[in-house]
Design a protein around this ligand. Structure first.
Ligand code: PLP
Length: 454
């Protein structure tokens, strides 16, 4: 990783628990304006922000008098490879090109692969994408197969693996073999690329409404989306904006399980990544993850698969925007949250993604049926991940369920202690670091540590 990224993470370590996060984030030496210039040259960013008048009217039709926030969406599908991941890829590709690497490698089954492949094509760099694409019967998740097609269309070499832990091993072996640059999702380069998204939202909302948004809803998985967006909001001065992360509830399904692999209709933006990465971000392909969502979440909510499919159809049928699936996770949550917010509140869904072929909600529903999942309309509370998808009958049935952030914080502190050497007692500096990383007070961390070490 030292050779493949061009810097040494150990320089930022302060103890077995704490590290210099802001030092790591500044290590690339690029200002936000530098990143904007890189992205402009790369054909990335400056995407439209669209007010969703019809969805706002719909929510107001059943909200209490005076309630029903204005809803907006940032159309990130307008990026070259169709998602906000282009922002992430653009900075890594710029650095790889500048430092004279011959090619880039990324281990990803999602939009990021297409983003890296697209940016590498523009920069005339070779590109290898390693995907977890199949279960052991060699049945591929349609969304991932669609992504293989897109990566290959951009000229990348795609390695498709069956589900299992070998993904990162294969990536490390390839880095060793080729000497290519590691375009990790979780490096400071990638996360710096997302800051422009939060920044643009504030600029565009100021132009449209005269003020930053009151709420931004972010589809959350590995944490870069929440982290980069929130950092960009702050850099633009929007310190009062509430950051709400949202994931599809896939509780009960195991992400590394061969049999569960094709029982889910969403390959990202779900709790199977969202909860483990929030409670232990350093499970990534780099020693320290620059994406640290728990630091930035004011709330974390879940929605069901059926509710996201409903939001996907509503966006297409009422707003003329056929997008998805990931951004529509935040949209489903926003529709539920807007109902309980006053009319002068402004809720921004901070991304869309392109749709088509295997990613499309109809092919996902057909695939779910073929895998024995019951698909029907009814009360979305009856959704059981891996067993049934229940699509709401009416919009007022949409709900955003709060995840207990204190429970996640406790779990994060437990993980930090478990990764330190046996018997290690956190220092005062560790406590401050943990409090910042878990978005809480040092006193709260001290209480958790005392309970856990008892
Ligand atoms: C379109 C889209 N939205 C949201 C996410 C979640 O982002 P993150 O993993 O940074 O939380 C992803 C990541 O896979 C994505 O591709």
């Amino acid at each position: 990783m030292r050779r493949a990224l061009g810097f040494d993470y150990s320089e930022f370590e302060r103890s077995p628990i704490a590290f210099d996060y802001e030092g790591l984030m500044a290590s690339h030496g690029l200002s936000l304006d530098d990143v904007r210039a890189i992205q402009q040259a790369a054909g990335v960013g400056s995407t439209p922000l669209i007010e969703l008048h019809n969805l706002t009217d719909l929510v107001r039709s059943y909200a209490d008098p005076g309630m029903g926030a204005r809803i907006f969406v940032k159309d990130e599908a307008a990026n070259l490879a169709g998602s906000f991941k282009d922002r992430r890829a653009s900075v890594s590709i710029h650095v790889a090109k500048q430092r004279g690497y011959e090619g880039v490698i990324a281990a990803t089954s999602g939009n990021y692969g297409a983003a890296v492949a697209s940016q590498a094509a523009r920069a005339d760099l070779k590109c290898i994408i390693v995907q977890e694409a199949f279960d052991s019967r060699h049945v591929g998740q349609p969304e991932i197969i669609e992504k293989s097609r897109l990566c290959e269309a951009f000229g990348a070499e795609v390695l498709q693996l069956t589900v299992g832990p070998e993904l990162f091993v294969v990536m490390l072996e390839l880095l060793e073999e080729t000497g290519y640059f590691a375009a990790s999702l979780y490096s400071p380069f990638g996360v710096a690329g997302i800051e422009t998204l939060g920044y643009e939202i504030v600029e565009q909302m100021r132009a449209l409404t005269g003020a930053p948004p009151t709420h931004v809803v972010v589809t959350h998985a590995g944490g870069g989306n929440t982290t980069g967006t929130a950092r960009g909001l702050r850099k633009a001065g929007a310190v009062g904006t509430q950051v709400i992360s949202a994931s599809v509830d896939l509780s009960g399904l195991h992400m590394a399980s061969d049999t569960d692999f094709n029982k889910k209709s969403f390959t990202t933006g779900h709790t199977g990544f969202g909860v483990p990465f929030a409670t232990w971000p350093d499970r990534a392909d780099v020693p320290r993850n620059a994406a640290r969502a728990l630091r930035y979440m004011d709330r974390y909510v879940t929605v069901s698969q059926g509710e996201v499919f409903y939001a996907t159809e509503a966006l297409a049928k009422l707003e003329g925007l056929e997008r998805g699936p990931s951004g529509n996770t935040a949209l489903a949550a926003a529709l539920a949250l807007a109902r309980d917010l006053p009319r002068d509140a402004t809720v921004v869904v901070q991304e869309t993604e392109y749709t088509g072929a295997g990613k499309h909600h109809w092919s996902q529903l057909a695939f779910a049926r073929a895998n024995g999942i019951e698909v029907r309309t009814g009360d979305p509370r009856d959704n059981v991940p891996g067993t049934s998808i229940v699509i709401p009958e009416r919009p007022e049935q949409l709900q955003a369920t709060d995840v207990d952030l204190d429970r996640l914080r406790r779990s994060y502190v437990r993980n930090a202690l478990q990764h330190a050497p046996a018997g290690y007692r956190p220092t005062a500096d560790d406590i401050v670091f943990l409090a910042e990383d878990a978005h809480t007070t040092p006193e709260a961390v001290e209480r958790i540590v005392a309970e856990l070490l008892e």
